[in-house]
Design a protein around this ligand. Structure first.
Ligand SMILES: NC(=O)C1=CN([C@@H]2O[C@H](COP(=O)(O)OP(=O)(O)OC[C@H]3O[C@@H](n4cnc5c(N)ncnc54)[C@H](OP(=O)(O)O)[C@@H]3O)[C@@H](O)[C@H]2O)[C@@H](O)CC1
Ligand SMILES: Nc1ncnc2c1ncn2[C@@H]1O[C@H](COP(=O)(O)OP(=O)(O)O)[C@@H](O)[C@H]1O
Ligand SMILES: [K+]
Length: 515
């Protein structure tokens, strides 16, 4: 699913109005009706108090139009207009008049007005600012927002939590509505998925207001949301006459004394993701560990007992996953450096391989094109330096990816895969995965996919999706706290099978069934 920018949404809005020969207030009416239907379906006329806080732009206009529908259906509403500017939008004014026609008089709130009482059982509709926010709100508006956040009432935001910019990081974190549910028009916004701003959104849903499908289809976006539909098109079915050679040979290079578990996890994950063959290259200390814990894989050893000192491979794997558990000793840095200088095979780099690259940036030029780097936030900071906010981070990663012709997997709650100027935002995974070794599993999954012939970008996107989905399936039986990296491997199978599960069908009444 494409994630459109505010500019693109405004453009879609203009094109739709022109093509359909409708007034802009008609689009607002569609939006308000969708909002109303969503609420009505869930509330079924319940007499709960609904406080609608509306700005003076079109986001506020949506709120005012929604208030009219709620009033028409007998709901218990109180409307507040947050008068933060004299420049009321045309469609806001049209809808304000329509509301007044029903003898509903909003409270017009200015800077020194008292804040209304809100019960914890009440519902708040947040329509103060939408995608038109372009500067930090005034101090008194921030106070209103804080008042909503402190009320403990359920907050439903229209389009975007008020106070969040659509395409840049926040300036004032106090000025953002903490939304329980966001009903976002046509497209979710990128900020819903970034660590600094995502925490302001508990849940979201998209409402289709019928913006021009042609424009939406042809418009390229900087970010895409990755769900099942997107990865299904990447999936490579197994061939009837395929043999283990068809599905590639993964080599996992890693480990040091006390850190052999990481290589076990990566190697096993490569195998479970479908790699035809898997070999691990480890210090001698790892030989018995790997041979006895993973009978399906082959093991090659370094000359040294405890750490990697000379990466000397006498096999020709399809792809190499390197870095888990290797440490950063002088001997290992030397070994990795000389390996990178001669290696031409596709690479997945993780953990200390990334830390070594950060300390020896000249090595980056030796990475084969389309190498996949999988840093967690600390490793990423070592690679690209500190960032000001999530948008600055994304800009820096894009620049890095372009410069070094590589793919960067920014791991996190919503992992983002970046290649050149484009980012792919993952939707699977859960906080149970914040556990030792889960990154090692991801390295193995991506390496295993690459071995099977998935192009680098697909391997990264699909791998991150499968890894997260495995976590989501696992957590159903383990709970968040007891989920371990091994559970992720156990559920890779489930993640594959889930790709082709049909959504549950509605129950058909007996009399309608064919005899
Ligand atoms: N596009 C679509 O498809 C549809 C969109 N719809 C809805 O429209 C919403 C966007 O509406 P919008 O453009 O009127 O902007 P909105 O967010 O209401 O802000 C109002 C104005 O406030 C101003 N302003 C900005 N920051 C400020 C600040 N800190 N303090 C004070 N003032 C500030 C700024 O004006 P300025 O003063 O800069 O001229 C801005 O224009 C969108 O989120 C959705 O809900 C639907 O109706 C249907 C179809
Ligand atoms: N809150 C979360 N929600 C979803 N996924 C998460 C969350 N926390 C961590 N993860 C995932 O778990 C993995 C952790 O990787 P990493 O930090 O490298 O772990 P390790 O070094 O222990 O192997 C990443 O793939 C990350 O996206
Ligand atoms: K809003």
């Amino acid at each position: 699913m494409k994630l459109y920018s505010a500019k693109q949404i405004y453009k879609a809005d203009q094109i739709s109005i022109k093509k359909e020969e409708i007034g802009s207030n008609e689009l607002m009416e569609r939006a308000a009706l969708q909002l109303f239907n969503w609420m009505h379906l869930r509330m079924q006329g319940a007499p709960v108090k609904i406080h609608l806080f509306c700005g003076i732009g079109n986001n506020g206009g949506d709120g005012i139009a929604l208030a009219r529908h709620l009033v028409d259906h007998g709901y218990n509403v109180e409307v507040y207009v947050i008068n933060y500017s004299e420049k009321r939008s045309k469609d806001f004014l049209i809808n304000l008049d329509r509301l007044k026609d029903r003898k509903v008089w909003p409270h017009f709130m200015n800077s020194d007005d008292e804040l209304p009482e809100i019960g914890r059982e009440d519902i708040i509709v947040d329509g103060i600012f939408g995608i038109g926010l372009n500067r930090s709100p005034d101090a008194w508006v921030v106070k209103v927002i804080q008042h909503l956040n402190n009320s403990q009432a359920f907050i439903l935001s229209i389009d975007i939590p008020s106070g969040l910019f659509t395409d840049q990081g926040p300036e004032d974190f106090e000025a953002i509505v903490k939304s329980n549910f966001v009903l976002s028009f046509q497209t979710p916004k990128l900020v819903f998925f970034l660590p600094e701003t995502g925490k302001y959104i508990e849940q979201w849903e998209v409402l289709d207001i019928g913006l021009d499908p042609e424009y939406l289809r042809v418009t390229e976006t900087d970010y895409e949301l990755i769900g099942k539909n997107e990865v299904l098109t990447m999936y490579k079915p197994r061939e009837k006459y395929g043999h283990k050679g068809t599905y590639g040979h993964s080599l996992i290079i890693g480990g040091s004394y006390g850190k052999m578990g990481s290589v076990c996890l990566s190697s096993k994950a490569a195998l479970y993701s479908g790699s035809g063959l898997v070999t691990s290259y480890v210090p001698k200390i790892g030989y018995n560990i790997l041979q006895s814990s993973l009978p399906e894989i082959m093991v090659l050893t370094d000359a040294d007992e405890n750490e990697l000192t000379d990466i000397n491979i006498e096999i020709e794997p399809t792809v190499i996953g390197v870095g888990v558990g290797i440490g950063t000793s002088e001997a290992t840095v030397k070994a990795l450096s000389s390996f990178l200088k001669t290696n031409k095979l596709p690479l997945v780099l993780d953990a200390d391989a990334l830390n070594i690259l950060s300390l020896n940036k000249e090595l980056l030029k030796n990475l084969p094109e389309d190498s996949i780097l999988t840093p967690h936030p600390k490793e990423l900071e070592r690679l690209i330096g500190k960032w000001e906010d999530d948008f600055d981070k994304l800009a820096k990663v894009k620049k890095f990816s372009k410069k070094h012709k590589c793919i960067v997997v920014i791991k996190g709650a919503h992992t983002i895969i970046v290649q050149n100027g484009k980012g792919y935002v993952n939707t699977t995974g859960n906080p149970g995965m914040a556990t030792a070794g889960s990154g090692d599993v991801l390295t193995g999954v991506i390496t295993g996919l690459r071995a099977q012939g998935y192009p680098a970008l697909d391997a990264a996107i699909f791998g991150v999706y499968l890894h997260g989905r495995a976590g989501d399936i696992a957590v159903e039986s383990t709970g968040f706290q007891s989920l371990t990296a091994s559970h992720l491997i156990d559920n890779i199978a489930g993640a594959y099978l889930d790709l082709f599960k049909m959504p549950e069908q509605p129950v058909v009444e007996e009399e309608n069934q064919p005899s």
